[in-house]
Ligand binder design. Structure first.
Ligand SMILES: Cc1cc2nc3c(=O)[nH]c(=O)nc-3n(C[C@H](O)[C@H](O)[C@H](O)COP(=O)(O)OP(=O)(O)OC[C@H]3O[C@@H](n4cnc5c(N)ncnc54)[C@H](O)[C@@H]3O)c2cc1C
Length: 476
């Protein structure tokens, strides 16, 4: 491990001079800063919290931290699920939430320039008001765009529009030593050397601090329709997914969900929308599909084809949500899955794995069976259209130590199986602290060495977000 220093009173004074009125310590730091949304990966308060307003302030703070070997943890809204924004060594946390201005739209080039602390929800709503769409749509709307970019957040619309990476055109970055650099440009294509822009996307705060983003936007679709499609069992539901894709219906979203998780989510939100029994058959699983397009006719044509196709593939029925209220209701339960699971579970961990879509059924069956063998309760849902599965391990009975031991055995085997069938460790939540060992197991030493080499070029003193992604800390 690199050598780090504590924040002394002298260094604290320098930090206060670098970001006047934006430096906090002790009881002035809200305890929420000790964790993200998956506290099982550890909690620790930063020694100093800084909420800068400008790139210059971030640069001055980084220079002080680099000169004094103080670890720095960048932070957005703290909604991450892998412990990536937790200050595992204390030190300085740079919270970018106060840098929250939508700076300008450039509609001739269809881009928007924002600060990293702008909430996804705020940009999404601002775009809608102007007939525009910012397509990335991860479930947590109150995450920051800086966090979204640093995790390459995916979400419901990734199946049609791609993940956050596909919408990042340019960024301003403060490097570990305080230097300020610009990566990318407003242009829509480039072949201009190594893409440092793309290296930053998904780097989880380990390479630099993003202080400005230029993002691509598109015209909003003119018509949107969602379908709730009940099936007798999960296997039939999932095996319909490649058929929908092969019919080239280009769904905007294509999610699968099991009966149990829908029941738990509807209990949580206090509203029932999904049918539980139809035509004398008990519903065991659902697909939730959204189509969008340039006109109602175009979308209804897709809906008709989809209905024929899924009924032929074994769906019990199809429920059409064709008004904004019905669509909102159809998605309400899906949007609350994580909170619903949390509300009913004492101990929780998650495997955010991605596999080729034609391998989903066999992988889910394996995940369930092996979960039972490990004595864990397994709940799963996910983005069926892009193979990104969220498999939750839950327990209300086990002691934390025993739970972690079983989850470790479960994860090692599950990620190994995912890799064998052509998948990867994370589809959208990242590696952070929680998945660091599994990343190494699945990618191998050579690839991790390359990643660590890149990290050292950006951050020679290893002060940026230690203990995350490709830089483990022994005993922490
Ligand atoms: C209910 C719920 C639903 C979710 N659904 C989804 C989903 O559908 N898809 C999905 O992908 N994720 C989902 N997430 C996970 C989470 O919302 C995302 O990972 C999100 O991108 C994190 O953003 P944040 O602002 O909270 O970042 P944080 O959690 O604060 O930080 C995430 C990472 O980004 C780094 N970082 C943040 N800002 C900067 C910056 N300006 N410069 C450098 N590094 C920075 C941090 O160091 C950390 O490594 C969900 C979470 C919850 C709680």
């Amino acid at each position: 491990m690199a050598q780090y220093n504590q924040v002394t009173p002298e260094i604290l004074e320098q930090l206060k001079a670098a970001a006047p009125d934006h430096v906090f310590t002790g009881d002035d730091i809200n305890p929420d800063y000790m964790r993200d949304e998956m506290p099982i990966y550890g909690k620790r308060m930063p020694d100093v919290l800084i909420q800068p307003l400008t790139t210059e302030e971030v640069s001055a703070v980084m220079k002080i931290c680099n000169d004094n070997l103080i670890p720095v943890t960048p932070r957005g809204a703290g909604t991450g699920l892998v412990g990536a924004s937790v200050a595992v060594l204390g030190g300085v946390m740079i919270d970018t939430q106060k840098m929250n201005q939508i700076i300008e739209y450039d509609l001739e080039n269809m881009i928007v320039r924002v600060q990293p602390g702008v909430l996804l929800n705020d940009l999404a709503e601002d775009c809608v008001r102007q007939g525009l769409l910012y397509p990335p749509d991860p479930g947590e709307k109150f995450a920051c765009l800086g966090g979204n970019v640093n995790t390459n957040a995916g979400g419901m619309r990734a199946v049609k529009y791609g993940a956050t990476r596909d919408y990042v055109r340019a960024m301003k970055v403060v490097l570990a030593n305080g230097d300020v650099v610009d990566f990318g440009a407003k242009v829509s294509k480039t072949s201009t050397g190594y893409s440092l822009l793309n290296l930053m996307v998904g780097s989880e705060g380990t390479l630099g601090i993003i202080t400005e983003l230029t993002l691509k936007i598109i015209p909003a679709p003119k018509a949107v329709v969602s379908l709730i499609i009940p099936f007798e069992d999960l296997e039939t539901a999932i095996s319909t997914v490649p058929k929908i894709k092969m019919a080239q219906l280009d769904p905007q979203a294509l999610e699968f969900m099991e009966r149990e998780i829908v029941l738990s989510s509807e209990r949580f939100i206090g509203k029932e929308t999904f049918p539980k029994e139809m035509e004398g058959q008990e519903v065991g699983a659902y697909l939730l599909v959204t189509f969008d397009g340039k006109s109602e006719d175009e979308v209804m044509e897709k809906v008709e084809t989809a209905c024929e196709l899924v009924l032929e593939a074994g769906a019990i029925d199809v429920l059409v949500a064709d008004s904004p209220t019905k669509i909102k209701d159809a998605w309400a339960a899906r949007s609350s899955f994580l909170e619903a699971i949390e509300s009913e579970t004492k101990l929780l961990d998650e495997c955010d794995v991605v596999v080729p879509i034609n391998k989903i059924p066999e992988f889910l069956t394996f995940a369930k069976t092996f979960g039972e063998e490990c004595g864990l309760e397994i709940k799963s849902f996910g983005h069926a259209g892009d193979g990104n599965l969220h498999i939750y391990q839950c327990s209300n009975d086990l002691e934390e130590e025993e739970f972690k031991k079983r989850v470790d055995t479960y994860f090692s085997t599950l990620y190994k199986r995912a890799t064998e069938i052509g998948g990867l460790v994370s589809g959208e939540h990242g590696i952070g602290r929680g998945k660091i060992d599994y990343l190494r197991e699945c990618l191998g030493e050579r690839t991790i060495d390359l990643m660590f080499g890149i990290k050292k070029v950006f951050d020679p003193n290893l002060i940026l977000n230690p203990g995350k992604v490709c830089y483990p800390l022994e005993g922490i």
